[in-house]
Write a protein that binds this ligand. Sequence first.
Ligand SMILES: [Zn+2]
Length: 416
Amino acid sequence: MNSNADRSSPPEVLVFVGGTAILPDRLLADAVVICRDGWIESIGQSQPIPEASQVVDLGGNYLSPGFVDLHVHGGDGADFMDGDEEAVRTAATAHLRGGTTTLLPTSTTGSPQRIHRMIDACESISRESSEQFTATSPQDRSAVLPHVPGIHLYGPFFADGKTGCHDRDARRDPEPDEYRSYFDRDFVRVATCAAELPGAESFYRLAAAHECLITCGHSNSSWTEMQAAFDAGMRHVDHFWCAMSSVPSLRARFQVPMQASMTEFVLMNEEMSTEVIADGCHLAPELLEFAYRMKGPERLCLVTDANRAYGMPPGEYVFGHRESGCHFFSDANVGWTLDRTSLASSVQGMHHMVSHFAKVTSATLPDVIRMASLTPAQRVGIDAQTGSLTAGKRADLLVLDAGLQIQQIYVQGRQV
Ligand SMILES: [Zn+2]
């Protein structure tokens, strides 16, 4: 049960009826979902409703678990790399509006000092989030925060030539003194490093010791380098097809015989997971369908990879820290490099990724929701607390209409 619950007040029982619950493996019609003190107590079809409950009639809508985003940079004008609490609060709250009830703020290229400041600010908001419903900090519904169980250490260990929209001059090889200082904070839950960089294996081994989801991204690595990375604990690849190697890109590096790339390694290895940016701008429908069919809902995550332009009008913005980051342009559908030749990450929330994926692929509704909730939670190792409608987990819930538009949002049983 919730150790943070205010024991002096009567138990708050919240019951959802009159709709369909989206479970990881099926839809449950006429569901009765009972939540107590912010935690899911039971899920069934014909269980008695406890006295003095607050009953929410779903009116035929869906009840979904809240979304979990393991790759997200910012929103509403703020980037997590801005490194102050106000920016973290702004960006996190922006994504709550898109149904994300748990997120892993994602760093990018920046000095060690900037990355430490980003971790400081995220830790502080994480603490605020986990204490927001306790008796000592009275609930203020206008200021509900999503859960922040840790950060995604994403930049700066990118391969030269694969930095994408990130500052090329600010990429660097992993040096133990630097990355140890991040892992020592015990707040890194996802760790990215390009597999071909000198020192990558030591980075992966330390990340594994800290029980991170270890990912290879912004990389031009070969099958052989991926195998070495896998042996050191790497299990995930950032934004599939974006800023990663392919057979032709490796031919440019190694000539012949042609070599298998990150793509083949992920598709052939059942233990590998990956993620897609399903905003409709990065990947065509057939690639989303292909990723779903090849990896399945237990190994494919939906991420937003959203930058600070999410929730903002079209215009020029900065990726990363507001003073030292890279400029890009948002047309309010997607980010572009200033010369408009490449994409520069997304400007959409998770609700958009979920409804687009459901619309253009053959994935079932439980599978689409699973890829935005339980699968990322499992990969990050937080699925005991959140990620599905399961008794014993936090009541992080969404009410979705038939078009999968968000009608209501609950964080730990509190409506936002
Ligand atoms: Zn990113």
